[in-house]
Design a protein around this ligand. Structure first.
Ligand SMILES: Cc1cc2nc3c(=O)[nH]c(=O)nc-3n(C[C@H](O)[C@H](O)[C@H](O)COP(=O)(O)O)c2cc1C
Length: 169
């Protein structure tokens, strides 16, 4: 699928079918994730792939109980190993952790869409609960949970006109 089509047609999907995602497609998605630009090529991003229903249930409740999430067969929790960044960037390591994981998340969502797999970026969660559930130590910071699955839904989420965003000097 052409990159422009992927970017223009991707949307945050909150209705999924029970159909499973193949390991082959999941690998393509994860390989794309690590191709993202990242600070100093330190590759601080980590991807926790969750298919266990019980763990999904706990993650969903940490995500302010967004019940629709449970329909998705796979959750990918994207987190940063801040230890890796802290060593080189004593001031900006937290910012870089967010930026590294966000860029990887976008690669995940766009690659998934190109494979006809829908997604949603979820970051309304109770951080302490999520870390506890996943047993993530102090410097392992989760920044988003991405739901992945097939869906019958397709729609475009509107944007304001381009002029709103562009400032020329
Ligand atoms: C930082 C961030 C946090 C988000 N958190 C949630 C969330 O917790 N739950 C949810 O359903 N969508 C969440 N979204 C998805 C946005 O609602 C969605 O991207 C936005 O409404 C634009 O719609 P679109 O992705 O379909 O273009 C989040 C997106 C971002 C970038």
């Amino acid at each position: 699928m052409n990159i422009n089509k992927v970017i223009n047609e991707r949307f945050s999907c909150r209705k999924y079918l029970a159909k499973k995602i193949s390991n082959e497609d999941l690998n393509k998605i994860l390989k794309a994730a690590v191709r993202a630009p990242n600070a100093g090529n330190l590759q601080s991003f980590r991807f926790l792939v969750v298919t266990d229903e019980n763990t999904k249930e706990k993650i969903t409740s940490a995500c302010l109980d967004q019940r629709w999430m449970m329909q998705a067969p796979i959750f990918i929790v994207v987190y940063s190993d801040l230890n890796v960044l802290k060593e080189y960037y004593s001031k900006k390591y937290e910012t870089y952790g967010i930026q590294d994981t966000s860029l990887a998340a976008q690669n995940i969502m766009l690659t998934a869409f190109s494979l006809k797999i829908k997604s949603c970026f979820v970051s309304s969660f109770h951080e302490g609960s999520l870390k506890r559930i996943l047993n993530l130590k102090k410097e392992l910071e989760p920044y988003c949970v991405i739901t992945l699955g097939y869906s019958g839904e397709s729609r475009v989420t509107r944007r304001k006109s381009l002029d709103t965003f562009i400032i020329k000097k």
